[in-house]
Design a protein around this ligand. Sequence first.
Ligand SMILES: Nc1ncnc2c1ncn2[C@@H]1O[C@H](COP(=O)(O)OP(=O)(O)O)[C@@H](O)[C@H]1O
Ligand SMILES: [Mg+2]
Length: 306
Amino acid sequence: MLEIDSVSIRFGTAPEAVSDTSFSVQDGDRLAVIGETGSGKSVLLQAALGLLPATAKVSGRILLDGQDLLQCREREMNAIRGRRIAYIPQGSGNGLNPLYTVGHQMRETIRKHQKCTRSEAGDRAVALLESFGLENGQTLRRRYPFQLSGGMRQRVLIAMGIAAGADLVLADEPTKGLDQHRIALVEDAFQRLGARTLLCVTHDLRFARAIASRVVVMYASQQIESGDRDTFFAEPLHPYSRAMLEALPENGLRANMGFAPPRTDLTAQNACHFYDRCPLRGERCRCAPPLVAVGDRKVRCWNYAP
Ligand SMILES: Nc1ncnc2c1ncn2[C@@H]1O[C@H](COP(=O)(O)OP(=O)(O)O)[C@@H](O)[C@H]1O
Ligand SMILES: [Mg+2]
């Protein structure tokens, strides 16, 4: 359904924000793109949505059912956003308009994209709120955003994000800044997406494990590993992925190797971006590692090259 094909993104003369990244999300898949801050996750989503500033240079293709989104005009993209792709931007807990009731905002979103009467849109809004575990949608629709708890607002936003009926949901860091209780509520909302397709970027490994069926790991602008969720969490391949999982509290919080960005001189010299922090580095890692297939998975690391 959504195919990211050899996408690179650059701003001015800075090192590439996204380098030659390719992966696809099949219909009904739940894909989590995991990566620390600055690894290029938001920029990639914005490229798919046509939301990057004009200063961004993008190459490659982003295909939605075969149509290249990077070639779409603004008018076409406007129609695709909302109707075919729902977007839940980062920090969306504050994204509701404080001046209107929840019901009004949802109704307007629904009516912008679907032919229906006001009262039909209202009924759909209530059904959607309830499908996200927000009890008593009838009461909730009359509330203003400030009358809701943060966790409720977040779930209303997810419901609103998909109110227009889009089958593909793109979400940017939906758990950022939330406490454990609210993270659990957001998890619950994502698990109720039904047959919809999800591409969610996150720095939160536990959240990714809870909601995803597949995982892509990005490190310093590159995709370094991809595979199905269970195999990835049981046996991560890339030394960076392993360090990340070992640092999870349930794995004993072993000292991790720090999550600073790589030195720009290394990326400029085309070395492996993880070179200076990698316990397994060798001479050949001074050259860019290939993306190697390991069973159904892929890893960008010389240690797996034949
Ligand atoms: N509008 C912009 N102009 C210039 N550089 C940008 C812009 N947006 C993002 N970047 C750069 O692109 C890189 C990736 O950023 P981003 O996708 O926001 O990372 P993430 O979402 O993984 O934290 C960063 O180095 C960031 O500084
Ligand atoms: Mg981001």
